[in-house]
Design a binder for this molecule. Structure first.
Ligand SMILES: Cc1cc2nc3c(=O)[nH]c(=O)nc-3n(C[C@H](O)[C@H](O)[C@H](O)COP(=O)(O)O)c2cc1C
Length: 211
């Protein structure tokens, strides 16, 4: 029997039941609807310390900090689908997401210091990523600074097929429910993560590649 497509949903906002949390639930529902096994993790509930820039990972591509990242690394590097649900705080990703992403420095070391892959060949081609974002400001370019970090996040995880679903002018808790079609779009993006359209077919925006 073929293995199930596994999806990891990273809920990064400290506001449980908020906009990106609701977007993530819809996307995970869409993924499950396509037969995937989907798991949700509340990143703010984890004990994740900032990177200490100790460079220990330069030796073997491993982080020596013994905190909850050690539970996340195997999932981040072995699941087929990764969904980052993270809002905009102070014009970039919320610190909960950024702290986790900084801890992928060990992946950067593996790639660029040790010149090795972070995930095996066979898995790499099947990996796909999705960013779900929300921002309060009434300007579409509010996501631009965070986009660079999101691309970096997926690049460190060796995920080349990436999509984003982001909504601006969404501020109050659960306001996303009032945006026509938003949660349906997240559901559809979650489904596409598992069963992507053929290249060139209708789909969400593919974040440009950063290898
Ligand atoms: C500390 C903090 C900083 C924020 N900074 C920004 C910002 O710079 N730009 C913006 O558009 N919205 C900003 N917001 C608003 C959030 O992006 C918005 O409320 C979003 O819907 C939150 O998503 P959530 O419900 O998933 O937490 C900020 C919110 C907080 C709590």
């Amino acid at each position: 029997m073929e293995d199930l497509f596994k999806v990891l949903g990273l809920a990064c906002s400290p506001r449980k039941g908020g906009n990106t949390d609701m977007m993530l639930d819809a996307a995970l529902e869409g993924a499950r609807g396509q037969g995937a096994e989907a798991e949700k993790v509340y990143v703010p509930d984890l004990d994740i310390h900032p990177c200490q820039a100790c460079n220990s990972c330069f030796k073997d591509g491993r982080c020596i900090q013994q905190d909850d990242m050690q539970k996340l690394y195997p999932k981040l590097l072995s699941y087929e689908g990764i969904i980052l649900a993270a809002p905009i705080f102070s014009m970039n990703l919320a610190a909960q997401a950024k702290t986790m992403i900084d801890r992928l420095q060990c992946c950067w070391s593996k790639k660029f210091v040790l010149k090795e892959h972070t995930v095996p060949d066979e898995l790499r081609s099947r990996r796909r990523g999705l960013w779900l974002g929300a921002a309060g400001f009434d300007q579409p370019d509010v996501f631009e600074p965070a986009l660079v970090t999101v691309r970096y996040f997926f690049a460190m995880l060796e995920i080349k097929r990436r999509e984003r679903v982001t909504y601006y002018n969404v501020d109050e808790k659960a306001a996303i429910q009032g945006v026509p079609g938003a949660l349906d779009e997240c559901r559809a993006a979650g489904a596409r993560l598992v069963n992507p359209p053929e290249p060139g077919a209708e789909g969400g925006e593919l974040l440009s590649s950063l290898s």
